[in-house]
Design a protein. Structure first.
Length: 681
C-alpha cells in the first residue's frame, strides 16, 4: 500500500490521468508515502508540508487506500477521520479534492464513502426551535412565525440538520435564534437528544470510511470519551498548528453576560429588554409562575457582571497583573483565587431552574420538553459558574475578559494550563494512529516544541520544503536603522511609519502590514491615512469582528493595504499580485500578561525550565513563519517581505528567526526594496 500511494502521484499515474493540469511534485509523493507508512506501521507522524506541496491530496490518497484495504475488516478498524481548523479547508476537501479522487481511484477499483460534519453554527437545533415556540411573535422580526412553522415542518422529516439542506431561505436574524450553539447545546443531557437533527448527521457519519470534521468537534468528541464520532482507527489533523488552541477551547469553559441574556431572551424576556421595558413581564412566562423569577435573574445577572467589570478593571490596574489591550482595547485579568467575585447569580439561577422544572412537569407535552430544556440550560450555566467561582479544577487558569465598548460582553473563562497531560492518554495512547500536518509546525527545524506542548512522546517526523523557488520569487528586506521597540517605543513607531510610507508608495498597495498590537496598528494607520502620497491606496484597517469582510475588500483591489493583527498572520490565502508586499512590523512574541501564557510560564519555571526558550521563542518563530508564508501562495507569485523589528539583527535569538525562513535573497537597502516593488507594478 505504501508504494501504491506514491505511485498514484507519479507522472502518468492515476492523478495525472484524471487531472490534466496535474504537476508531479516529489514532495507530494513523498508525503503520501510517509502518511501511508505511518498508517501501516501504527506510528504517529508529524509532517510539515511547505506551501504548494498539495498536502491535502497527499494525505487523502493514503487515507482512502487504508480505509479501503480490506472490506472484511470492521469499519472501526478502517475508518479515518480528517480534521481541519477552518471551514475553507473542509469545503476544499469535500467539494474539490474528494470528488477528484473518486474519479481518479474508481478505475483502480477503489471506492469509498465519505461525510462531512461542519461547525455548530451550520445546524438547525430543534431544542432552540421549540423554545422559540414558547415566545409570542417578535415584533422586530415579522416573518418569525411563518419561518419557524416552516422549519418545524422541515425538522419533522429532515434527515439532516445542515442549513444548506433546508430548501428555503431563512433570515439571518431568525437563523441566529435557531441554529445550534455550543454555549447552549446540552447534547445527550438535554431532552431533545432523541429528535436532534445534528445527532442524525452524526449517526449518518457511521456509514462512512472517511469523515471530515473540524478541530472543535474532534476535540469535543475526545472530551466526551468518544461518544460523538464513530470509532476510527486513524486521525489526520490538518492545520495542526491550531490544535493546542482548539483543545484549550474545548476543554475550557466560559460564561458571559450574553450566555445568561440568551437564556432570558429565550424565556421571552428579550422582547421587553429590547424595548427598554425592563419591568414588563416576559411574554412567554407572564401567565405562569416565572413572572417573578425572570426579572430577579436579570437583576442578579446585571449586578454580577457589573462586578465582573469592576474586578477586571481593579485587577488590571494592580501592578504585575495581566492587563492586555486586545483588538477592541478591552481588559483581560487573571483571577487567582476563589471569593474574588460575590456569588450572587447562582441562587436565582437555581430558583429559575426549579420553577422551570415545575412548569415542565405540569405543561402539555409540546411545551414540557422546551421548558425542561430551558431548566437544563439554567443548570448548565449554574454549574459553569460554580467551576469559576470555586476554582476547583486542577491545572486550570481563571480569568475575566471585558470589552471596552459599552455593549461588549463580560466573560469568565476557565482553561487548562497545559494540554499535554490530556492529549497523551486520550489521543496519543488510545490506539489510534495520529498524523499531524501543516505548512508550519517546526521551529528551528525541530518538532520538539510541538511535541512537548502536545504530549507526543514518539512519532515519525518529516519536514518537506515548499516546491516554490523563493530565491527567484521573494526578496527579504531587513532595514538596519529602526530603534529597538523595547528601549525606544516612540522611535520604533516612527520608524515603522517611515518605512511603511515608502514601501507602500513603491508597491502601490497589494500589501499586508502585520502587527502584534492593535494600539500600534491604530497609530500607524492614523499616520498613513494623513499622508497625501498614499491617497490613491485603499487603506484598510482591521476592526474587531470584520476580519472576513475586510479581506474580501482587499482581494477585490490591486491597491489595497491591509493593516491587521494576529488574524492575518495565518490561514489567509491571497494568491496572485493582489498581495505582493508583506510588512512584519514586530516579532510576534505572545503579549506578556495573558493569563494562559503567564500560567504556562509559571508551570515551566516550576519544572525548572526556561519559559522563553521552551515556549515563547518557538511559538514566536512559528507565528513569524506563518506571517512570512502569506506572501508566496503560488508558483507565479512574486513579492517582498519586510521585517522591521531590529531585534532580528541585534538580539542573539534573531538568527533563529532568520534560519527558519526558506532561503531567499536579502537586502538592507530601502532603495533596493523600493526598486524591486516598483518593478512588480
Ligand atoms: S443536542 Fe439538543 S441542544 Fe444540541 S443541537 Fe441537538 S437539539 Fe440542539
Amino acid at each position: 500500500m505504501i508504494s501504491d500511494a506514491a505511485a498514484l502521484f507519479a507522472p502518468g499515474g492515476a492523478l495525472a490521468r484524471t487531472l490534466p493540469s496535474f504537476e508531479p511534485r516529489p514532495q507530494q509523493a513523498r508525503m503520501a508515502q510517509e502518511v501511508a507508512a505511518a498508517l501501516a506501521s501504527g506510528r504517529h507522524l508529524l509532517i510539515e508540508a511547505g506551501t504548494g506541496i498539495g498536502k491535502s491530496l497527499a494525505y487523502l490518497v493514503p487515507a482512502i487506500l487504508w480505509a479501503a484495504r480490506d472490506p472484511a475488516l470492521p469499519a472501526a478498524e478502517r475508518r479515518v477521520v480528517v480534521s481541519t481548523h477552518t471551514r475553507a479547508l473542509q469545503e476544499q476537501l469535500v467539494r474539490k479534492d474528494l470528488p477528484l479522487l473518486e474519479r481518479a481511484l474508481e478505475p483502480l477499483g477503489v471506492s469509498f464513502r465519505c461525510a462531512l460534519l461542519m461547525g455548530a453554527e451550520n445546524y438547525l437545533c430543534v431544542q432552540r426551535l421549540s423554545e422559540l415556540g414558547l415566545t409570542r411573535g417578535d415584533l422586530l422580526e415579522p416573518r418569525l412565525a411563518e419561518v419557524t412553522e416552516a422549519l418545524r415542518r422541515h425538522a419533522a422529516l429532515a434527515p439532516s440538520g445542515l442549513r444548506s439542506e433546508i430548501p428555503f431561505a431563512i433570515p439571518e436574524a431568525i437563523w441566529e435564534r435557531v441554529r445550534r450553539e455550543r454555549d447552549i447545546c446540552l447534547g445527550a443531557r438535554g431532552p431533545f437528544w432523541e429528535d436532534c437533527l445534528y445527532r442524525r448527521d452524526l449517526a449518518r457519519s457511521r456509514d462512512t470510511d472517511l469523515l471530515i470534521v473540524n478541530h472543535a468537534l474532534f476535540f469535543l468528541d475526545m472530551k466526551s470519551g468518544g461518544r460523538i464520532l464513530p470509532p476510527h482507527s486513524a486521525v489526520i489533523l490538518d492545520e495542526a498548528h491550531r490544535v493546542d488552541e482548539a483543545v484549550v477551547s474545548q476543554l475550557g469553559l466560559s460564561v458571559s453576560d450574553r450566555s445568561v441574556g440568551r437564556l432570558l431572551e429565550d424565556l421571552g424576556a428579550g422582547q421587553t429588554r429590547r424595548r427598554g421595558r425592563r419591568d414588563a413581564p416576559a411574554a412567554a412566562v407572564a401567565a405562569g409562575s416565572l413572572s417573578g423569577i425572570v426579572p430577579r435573574v436579570e437583576e442578579a445577572a446585571d449586578g454580577f457582571f457589573a462586578d465582573v467589570r469592576r474586578v477586571a478593571a481593579a485587577l488590571a490596574r494592580a501592578p504585575g497583573r495581566g492587563e492586555r489591550r486586545g483588538e477592541d482595547r478591552g481588559l483581560i485579568a487573571r483571577v487567582r483565587q476563589a471569593g474574588v467575585l460575590e456569588d450572587r447569580l447562582r441562587a436565582p439561577l437555581r430558583d429559575l431552574e426549579g420553577a422551570l422544572e415545575g412548569r415542565s412537569a405540569e405543561a402539555a407535552p409540546a411545551e414540557s420538553l422546551a421548558l425542561a430544556s430551558l431548566a437544563a440550560r439554567a443548570r448548565d450555566l449554574r454549574e459553569r459558574l460554580a467551576v469559576f467561582l470555586e476554582q476547583r479544577a486542577p491545572d486550570a487558569v481563571y480569568w475575566v475578559e471585558c470589552g471596552a465598548r459599552r455593549r461588549s460582553s463580560a466573560i469568565l473563562h476557565v482553561a487548562p494550563i497545559e494540554v499535554a497531560h490530556v492529549l497523551r492518554p486520550r489521543l496519543f495512547e488510545d490506539g489510534r494512529r495520529v498524523v499531524l500536518t501543516s505548512a508550519t509546525l517546526a521551529a528551528g527545524g525541530s518538532f520538539a516544541h510541538l511535541r512537548r506542548r502536545l504530549g507526543l512522546a514518539a512519532a515519525s517526523e518529516a519536514i518537506l520544503g515548499s516546491p516554490y523557488d523563493f530565491e527567484k520569487q521573494a526578496l527579504l528586506y531587513l532595514p538596519a536603522t529602526i530603534p529597538d521597540p523595547m528601549t525606544d517605543a516612540d522611535g520604533f513607531a516612527s520608524g515603522i511609519v517611515r518605512e511603511c510610507r515608502r514601501l507602500l508608495r513603491a508597491s502601490g498597495g497589494g500589501a499586508f502590514v502585520l502587527f502584534t498590537s492593535y494600539a500600534l496598528l491604530q497609530q500607524v494607520h492614523g499616520a498613513l491615512a494623513r499622508d497625501p502620497d498614499l491617497r490613491d491606496l485603499d487603506l484598510l484597517r482591521q476592526e474587531p469582528g470584520l476580519g472576513s469582510s475586510i479581506l474580501e475588500k482587499f482581494r477585490m483591489t490591486r491597491r489595497g493595504a491591509l493593516l491587521g493583527t494576529m488574524t492575518f498572520w495565518q490561514g489567509v490565502d491571497v494568491p496572485g499580485d493582489a498581495l505582493r508586499l508583506v510588512i512584519i512590523t514586530r516579532l510576534p512574541f505572545e503579549v506578556p500578561g495573558h493569563p494562559i501564557a503567564e500560567a504556562r510560564a509559571e508551570a515551566i519555571r516550576a519544572r525548572g525550565g526556561d519559559p522563553f526558550t521552551e515556549d515563547s521563542l518557538p511559538e514566536a518563530i512559528l507565528t513569524f513563519r506563518q506571517g512570512f508564508g502569506r506572501l508566496i501562495r503560488s508558483r507565479d507569485d512574486r513579492g517582498l517581505v519586510a521585517v522591521l523589528d531590529p531585534r532580528l539583527a541585534t538580539r542573539p535569538y534573531g538568527a533563529a528567526f532568520l534560519e527558519s525562513l526558506p532561503r531567499c535573497r536579502r537586502t538592507e537597502s530601502l532603495d533596493d526594496a523600493e526598486q524591486f516593488l516598483r518593478a512588480l507594478r
